[in-house]
Design a protein around this ligand. Structure first.
Ligand SMILES: Nc1ncnc2c1ncn2[C@@H]1O[C@H](COP(=O)(O)OP(=O)(O)OP(=O)(O)O)[C@@H](O)[C@H]1O
Ligand SMILES: [Mg+2]
Length: 311
């Protein structure tokens, strides 16, 4: 649970690569115990931002403080506080799963037993003596999480921890992370999966072109940015009829003419749909496909930027 004490404070952070601004004058404060999902399309600047928090990349400008400390003079203390898993990890091929966990356990004065316990926690007990190079992609992700957690870090930062995992493995990993919520661990997790953000994180930060586009509790974000529900339909023609485009009960329309697909954002589906279907029938307007749902993060994102989160 969040104790409302800031543990990560980022002020006016910028990172440029030649003329490209990857992170653009970004400020963000994260409280102790908070679970934060960082979302955004490819190239938004998520990895660059988390790697600066992790002390892997230095900022071009701006300031990062973790527990009041900056990386410059507190490298050792901060390394002990933070557990991290990178977007891509390469292990030492000729070490076994157990050996690599034990190696990292040793860095943090943890015991053999701690390494063995972690092996069970991440569900790799049966791979104990396998070389890491022989692990599947998903098993490598689990090992990477195990390494991140071995020193009981106060802060855990995971860059797309479940990308490429099968649905079962993803659930297993989520369970490990959910259990962490009961402790006072702070977590930042980048992801392209809306359900992952919804399930694990109380706070969602949406990044786009190096800046924060939206930040808050998911339900509040969805409420704040207009309608709560939506009707998505596919039509045969590229133009929407006036009974849709001029309908006052539809708060916003995002229309993909090429795909002949329209998202109609509304407050209440039941309030709009019967009339819409009646008009479609009387005007012989053909709806090929129709879906009704509560607005999700991707809908929110598309409404903010006109783009999908996972393009
Ligand atoms: N070392 C680098 N040199 C030059 N450009 C870089 C470097 N690292 C990142 N970039 C650029 O900075 C931008 C942000 O990249 P970043 O990896 O932070 O995005 P991301 O949000 O993590 O994307 P993804 O969802 O694909 O992982 C991109 O345009 C990328 O090409
Ligand atoms: Mg990335």
């Amino acid at each position: 649970m969040s104790s409302k004490k800031p543990i990560i404070e980022i002020e006016n952070l910028t990172k440029t690569f030649k003329s490209l601004v990857a992170v653009n004058d970004l400020s963000l404060s994260i409280n102790e115990g908070e679970f934060v999902a960082l979302l955004g399309p490819n190239g938004a600047g998520k990895t660059t931002l988390v790697e600066m928090i992790e002390g892997i990349q230095g900022p071009t400008a701006g300031d990062i403080k973790i527990s009041g400390m900056s990386w410059k003079d507190n490298e050792d203390a901060l390394r002990k506080m933070i557990g991290l898993s990178l977007q891509e990890t390469r292990f030492l091929d000729k070490l076994t799963v157990y050996e690599i966990l034990y190696l990292f356990a040793g860095f943090y004065n943890k015991s053999r037993q701690d390494a063995l316990d972690m092996l069970i926690k991440i569900g790799l007990a049966d791979k104990k003596n396998d070389y890491t190079m022989n692990l599947s992609g998903g098993q490598k992700q689990k090992l990477s999480l195990g390494i991140a957690l071995i020193n009981d870090p106060k802060i855990i930062i995971l860059d797309e921890p479940t990308t490429g995992l099968d649905p079962h493995a993803r659930r297993e990993l989520w369970q490990i992370l959910k259990d962490l919520r009961k402790t006072n661990t702070t977590m930042i997790l980048t992801t392209h999966y809306m359900e992952e953000a919804e399930l694990l994180c109380e706070r969602v930060v949406i990044m786009y072109k190096g800046k924060i586009l939206a930040d808050g509790k998911l339900d509040r974000l969805l409420k704040f940015y207009g309608a709560k529900e939506l009707i998505e339909l596919r039509t045969r023609v590229k133009t929407l009829p006036s009974f849709i485009s001029d309908n006052k009960k539809i708060k916003e329309i995002i229309h993909d003419k090429k795909e002949k697909r329209a998202r109609l954002f509304v407050d209440n589906i039941a309030d709009v749909l019967p009339d819409l279907l009646k008009k479609a029938e009387s005007k012989k307007f053909i709806i090929e496909d129709l879906q009704c749902r509560k607005m999700n993060l991707d809908d929110l994102f598309i409404s903010l930027t006109g783009r999908h989160l996972h393009e």
